[in-house]
Design a binder for this molecule. Structure first.
Ligand code: URA
Length: 244
């Protein structure tokens, strides 16, 4: 067979497939790169600029938020940062002291470890999107409370809805329990893939926990390898590169 014949066959097959879709009442194909469209199942797929714009709109909607009591002690709302068109999103718990000062997620000690983990995957922070369950720092970094999580939940869900990542890696108990709507322990939930609204959720331990419990870094590396496999990333780096 020559190339011309191959191409003609591909065109013929494509035509037949499109006619078949038309017969089965499919009116349009889901958006590929560069277009905002509604897919068959009603999901909206945003193009790159639209995603950035939608995220800005969502941030504007948060405004000078006083939906829960955390506004009293905050310096900055920590909305999220990274690539809105990513296939991989990380969700942490809430801003700490350094994040509150800089207005960016994961820029303190735990953030340095998260950066290390991301780079051990062969990618950078600019390739992923990072957000938190709650967007304001709780006093003395205490755990987020139910009312605070409920007040912030629509904004995290909004971010996920806009970005539509293939995988969300939830960091620690609060992110995992919030996104999986469960009270189960992180130690029971990690090590497996979960599915929610067409998105794969991979829970793992929080980097701040790892700073206190370095022996569990190898478990996190197992979770990260699962994500890399799912994304088709090759394992070039060694476990020790995220465990130092
Ligand atoms: N811990 C978190 O959960 N999020 C941050 O942004 C920083 C530390």
């Amino acid at each position: 067979m020559n190339i011309k014949e191959d191409l003609l066959n591909i065109l013929k097959d494509t035509r037949e497939y499109l006619l078949y879709l038309k017969e089965t009442a499919v009116e349009e194909l889901p958006a590929m790169n560069g277009e905002t469209k509604q897919t068959f199942s009603g999901q909206v797929v945003y193009k790159a600029e639209d995603k950035a714009q939608k995220l800005n709109n969502l941030l504007a909607e948060i405004g000078d938020c006083r939906r829960c009591k955390l506004w009293i002690g905050r310096t900055n709302i920590v909305f999220g940062s990274g690539n809105p068109c990513t296939r991989l999103m990380f969700v942490g718990e809430g801003p700490g002291e350094e994040e509150d000062i800089q207005g960016k997620p994961f820029v303190g000690k735990a953030g340095a470890l998260l950066t290390n983990i991301i780079e051990a995957m062969g990618i950078t922070r600019d390739d992923v999107y990072i957000a938190n369950v709650i967007k304001c720092r709780p006093p003395k970094n205490r755990n987020p409370e139910e009312d605070e999580i409920s007040a912030c939940r629509p904004f995290l869900e909004g971010q996920i809805e806009i970005i539509r990542p293939q995988i969300i890696c939830t960091l620690g108990t609060f992110a995992t329990q919030t996104l999986l709507d469960t009270k189960s322990r992180i130690s029971e939930l990690r090590g497996k893939k979960h599915e929610k609204n067409g998105c794969i959720i991979v829970p793992t331990f929080h980097p701040a926990y790892l700073l206190r419990n370095p022996q569990d870094k190898r478990l996190v590396w197992e979770d990260i390898k699962m994500i890399m496999k799912e994304l088709g990333l090759k394992e070039k780096t060694k476990k020790k590169e995220i465990t130092k």
